[in-house]
Design a protein around this ligand. Sequence first.
Ligand code: BTN
Length: 321
Amino acid sequence: MLELLKLLQDGRFHSGEALGAHLGISRSAVWKQLQGLEAELGIGVFKVPGRGYRLSSPMVLLDAERLSRETALLQWPIFVETSVDSTNAEIFRRLDAGVKAPFVLLAERQMAGRGRRGRAWVSPFAENLYCSLVLRVDGGMSQVEALSLTVGLAVAKTLQDSGLGDVGLKWPNDVLCAGHKISGILLELAGDPADVCHVVIGIGINVNMMIDATIAIDQPWTSVRQCIGRMVDRNELAVRLLLQLRECLSRHWQGGFASLRDEWEALHAWRGRNVALTAGNNATLGTVVGVDERGAIRLSVEGVEHAFSGGELSLRLQHDS
Ligand code: BTN
C-alpha cells in the first residue's frame, strides 16, 4: 500500500493501468489497495473516469534514504515505519531483539502515541513528525539529568531555524509557538540504571496538522503549518532536528545542562508567571523564577525560593497570570 501511496503522493492523476504496471499487480489489486488507503489510513482518493486516481491533497512521505543520506555524519541508522503503536515502544522491542543503539525510528503514524503522565499523543498519518532516538547511557544516571530540557531546546532551535517566530519553552520540555503547544517530548529509560542502560528520546512535532473538529487535543495547540502559513516538508524538518539534537546532546554530555541553561532561559515562556505546580492531587502555587543548573524549576513560594524536579510534575498557569 505504501508503494502505491508513493506513486500517488504528487497529487496528480494516475490511471489504474499505469499504477498496476508500476507495481506489477492487476487493476483490481490496485483498486483494493486504494480502498485500503481510505479505510485504513483515512487518505482521501478521487476517482475520475477517463483520468484515473489522485489523492484529495498531495503529501510528502518520509523518505528513509534521503534522511539517512542527509544525516550520514551522525552515524545514527534511521528506520522509517508506516504505522506503529508508538515509536518509543517499537524502540524498546528492537532493543530487546538485539538491535544496537544508537538508532532513530520515525513513523508515518502512531496508533497509540504516548504522551507524558499517561496521556495519548495524537498522531495522524503523514501529518507530523513522530521520532524516537535511542542512546546508550554509560556515564550513570547523572547523564540523563535535565536531558529532556536539552532536547526541548534542540527542538525549539530547530523550529526557529525553520522560520518560526515566538518559539518558547515551558518547563520541563514542552515547546510552544505563540503560547500554544507545538511539540512534546517523552524520555523513557530501558535497562538497569546501575548497569547498561538506554534512554529513548521520543519527540512529537505537530507539522502539517490543521485545527479540525475531529482532532481531540485537550490543550491549546498549534503546528508548524499554522505558524508559518504553508505546508512543510517533514524530511527537511527531521534532518534539521537530528542535526540540532546531536549538537545539543554533545554539549550536554560535555558540560551538562549548565552549559545550555542560558539559552534555555532565553526561550523560557513562563518566567515571572504565577503558576500551579501539580504532583498528583497536590498543587503548589508560586511564581516562576527560572530553572537551575540541574534542570529543576525554581519557584518563589510565599517569597521563598524552592527548586522542584521530577517526571510526574506538571505546571499550569494560575487564572490571574
Ligand atoms: C508530551 O506529552 O508532551 C510528550 C509527547 C511525546 C510524543 C512523542 S511522538 C514520538 C514518541 N513516541 C511516542 O509514543 N511518544 C513520543
